[in-house]
Write a new protein. Structure first.
Lengths: 413, 320
């Protein structure tokens, strides 16, 4: 009897393991000879062209994998994310881009979630570098930079892609050339944030029924790192371009998952007069959006078009999202990995992509059109074009020292 | 500086103190009941998390807020009774079991969430319900007081009611007397015919019901969805608040409100362009300082007590 129970338990455990991992290895069964891969990619290249049209700086995907750079034709791409999927933001977007790669190129794809545990970073990268199953390792955000560089130095044969963070760091004396097996890129989130900052300033000064008389807007960040500060300084500069006297309240949650705290911080800002709050906090940002909806003010989403993401499940919260500062990590991951597969990705270099490349920008949807007037939309589009063309240059936190970032923050107190 | 005062001395700030304190008040009452029964454990975080998950799930399935709360209570009881079974029946170490159950609740709820909605972050795609906010008639029309005290979540009012109920149950009923007796000295309790095991399970169950309401508040009031590890240390802060309150209802309530006030203060100070790293640590530093003061006070009073006892004994000896 005992044996039977033990066997049944083992079976349940085994099945649940399979159920857990099964969905992640989507491309596993399609990996076959090169010929089938090409067919596969050809058949779906139309769909790919539609969703991934903009921001493909590595050249339009030809759909052909350059097999000479890999040991065999069984190619695996592994995405490592610092937190967890399900944030409706950067992680989910990155994984969506990876899954698209899996269907378009017929390669094996996998996503490893570190759950915010920093001690898992280096061992995970070492395991992946040692494992011959994974040819391309891609990871994002500044939180993973140091670990990836540590492992990349020890495994010069393994290729790494680091997005949303730079290899080079002037303080440490590190340059991109020091790591010839790592390609890194950053988004000019300050450019997109400039546009949504201007949009926020327009709303708070417009006399819209959901806004108050004070010209105060808010910003809630997940934590203080270069990327978040870059969002912030762009947002401030954009708001100042519309109203030089504007005040910006700034809070940090100290977590990218504590949505209750996000909501509380947003409400604290709203109590102090903020009527548009920009949430830049991954999953914790959902709390910020909910807080704005509850208090009847506007919110600005991040990374994805959060109005489109939430409008079916949570229409009241979605209605409060006047726009989103899109950082299209799905396109980034897609273009980086497709470049790597086709052998066109320049390892050992660094790129910074912004509005002109279409990887960042403010979301344009029905809610945006309903909240802003025709005039406001026109001037926002005009501003966007000016930033994209370089006519307006936006201060960036990337490479800036703390004092000058603080000076920008102090200018709107 | 005047900016800080302008931000703090507003009815909205005091309203937010009560909102932030609610889970701490409920949690500290749950810890108090356990402490009185000699069953203080560290699994409140897990109990609340499980309750938050099952409350959200039941309300989404049944579309009834009341059933949702009952579901939350069931979810909390599950973890609490598991603790009771391991600790009281199988004689496992209570702290280690508490750690295990907290980890189990954290991972188990995410696993269940993934099975249900294929999402490891939040349950926002499930149509779960929230406990309504209540405007108290008459009170809500009083200018400042109304803004502070009216319009809270129903569970917030329940929390204050439960502080009173805890006092009644623990200090004014035969059951409370038994719970306290078992807590003080289980052998003595057994010698007068009290079923110690039964009383301990009852202690765990009552405290789990209270703690579950804190979980329900998080996923069905404070937020309208369940998200992974959403308790974020509130269970542990409740235990500290209860300790600070010396396991007495009113002082524990005040300690919870004090923690809530520090947390709310930290939220406000952040917006005033102060270094966020220091401010984020404030609630935890306040907990440490509070516990330090409490420890010092307790030591002093016990020294005083022993001195008094000694002097009494000496006086008695001299008389003899």
């Amino acid at each position: 009897m005992k044996k039977l129970v033990a066997m049944a338990l083992a079976l349940v455990l085994g099945i649940s393991c399979l159920a857990g991992c099964g969905s992640q290895d989507s491309g596993a069964t399609t990996a076959a000879a090169g010929a089938t891969q090409e067919q596969n990619a050809g058949g779906e290249s139309e769909a790919a062209g539609e969703t991934q049209a903009a921001g493909n700086t590595a050249g339009a995907p030809s759909g052909t994998i350059d097999l000479s750079q890999f040991e065999d034709d069984d190619i695996g791409v592994c995405l490592v994310i610092n937190t967890n999927l399900g944030d409706k933001s950067i992680c989910d977007l990155s994984y969506a881009g990876l899954q698209q790669i899996g269907t378009d190129y017929g390669v094996r794809v996998k996503c490893i979630e570190l759950g915010g545990d920093a001690t898992k970073q280096v061992p995970t990268f070492i395991d992946l570098a040692e494992d011959p199953d994974w040819d391309i390792i891609i990871a994002g955000t500044p939180n993973l930079r140091e670990s990836i560089l540590e492992v990349a130095g020890d495994y010069p044969e393994q290729f790494f892609i680091l997005y949303d963070a730079a290899v080079a760091n002037a303080d440490e004396g590190v340059t991109s050339e020091d790591y010839p097996n790592v390609y890194s890129m950053e988004h000019a989130q300050n450019e997109g944030s400039y546009v949504v900052g201007a949009a926020a300033a327009m709303l708070t000064t417009s006399g819209d029924p959901k806004t108050n008389e004070e010209h105060i807007i808010g910003f809630v960040g997940g934590g203080q790192n270069t990327a978040i500060e870059d969002f912030l300084v762009g947002y401030i500069e954009g708001a100042k371009a519309v109203d030089p006297e504007i005040k910006v309240l700034v809070s940090y949650i100290g977590s990218f998952s504590d949505s209750a705290k996000g909501k509380e911080l947003a409400m604290a800002q709203i109590d102090q007069g903020a009527d548009v709050v920009f949430a830049v906090a991954g999953g914790a940002g959902l709390g910020v959006l909910a807080g704005c909806a509850e208090k009847g003010v506007y919110a600005i989403g991040v990374d994805g078009d959060q109005y489109e993401i939430l409008k079916d499940d949570d229409p009241t919260t979605a209605a409060a999202i006047c726009t989103s500062m899109q950082k299209k990590c799905d396109q980034t991951v897609y273009s980086c990995v497709s470049g790597a597969l086709e052998g066109t990705l320049p390892y050992g270099t660094y790129d910074k992509l912004g509005l002109a490349d279409g990887v960042v920008g403010s979301a344009d949807n029905e809610n945006f059109r309903a909240i802003f007037t025709e005039e406001q939309i026109a001037s926002l589009k005009d501003l966007e074009a000016k930033v994209a063309s370089g006519e307006v240059s936006v201060f960036t936190a990337i490479g800036a020292d703390d004092a000058s970032i603080q000076a920008v923050k102090d200018s709107v107190q | 500086m005047d900016k800080i005062f302008a931000a703090i001395f507003t009815p909205e700030f005091l309203f937010s103190v009560i909102r932030v304190s609610t889970p701490l008040i409920l949690g500290s009452m749950a810890a108090l009941i356990c402490n009185r029964g000699g069953m203080l454990h560290i699994a409140f975080e897990g109990i609340m998390l499980s309750a938050a998950f099952f409350g959200m799930l039941t309300s989404a399935v049944t579309q009834s807020v009341l059933l949702g709360i009952l579901g939350a209570v069931a979810g909390g009881l599950l973890i609490s009774l598991l603790l009771g079974y391991f600790n009281l029946v199988l004689n496992s170490d209570r702290t280690l079991t508490g750690i295990a159950l907290n980890t189990f609740a954290s991972a188990g709820t995410v696993f269940a969430l993934y099975l249900l909605v294929q999402d490891k972050g939040t349950s926002s795609s499930l149509p779960s319900l929230v406990v309504p906010n209540i405007d108290i008639p008459l009170l809500k029309d009083i200018p400042v007081l109304g803004t502070i005290l009216s319009g809270h979540n129903a569970l917030t009012y329940a929390a204050f009611l439960i502080v009173f109920l805890t006092y009644l149950i623990i200090f004014r009923t035969p059951l409370g007397l038994r719970i306290r007796t078992v807590g003080e000295n289980p052998n003595a309790a057994a010698s007068v015919g009290i079923n110690v095991l039964k009383i301990r399970f009852i202690t765990l169950a009552i405290s789990a019901v209270v703690a579950s309401l804190a979980g329900a508040y998080m996923s069905m009031g404070y937020l309208s969805w369940f998200s992974r590890d959403m308790m974020a240390g509130r269970g542990f802060m409740s235990i500290a608040a209860q300790n600070l309150g010396a396991a007495l209802p009113l002082p524990s309530l005040l300690a919870s409100l004090a923690f809530g006030a520090v947390t709310a203060l930290a939220n406000v100070l952040q917006t005033l362009n102060m270094p966020s790293e220091i401010i984020q640590a404030m609630p935890y530093v306040a907990t440490l300082i509070g516990l330090g003061f409490f420890g010092y006070g307790a030591q002093k009073s016990s020294q005083k007590r022993s001195k008094a006892v000694l002097e009494k004994a000496r006086a008695a000896e001299e008389k003899a």
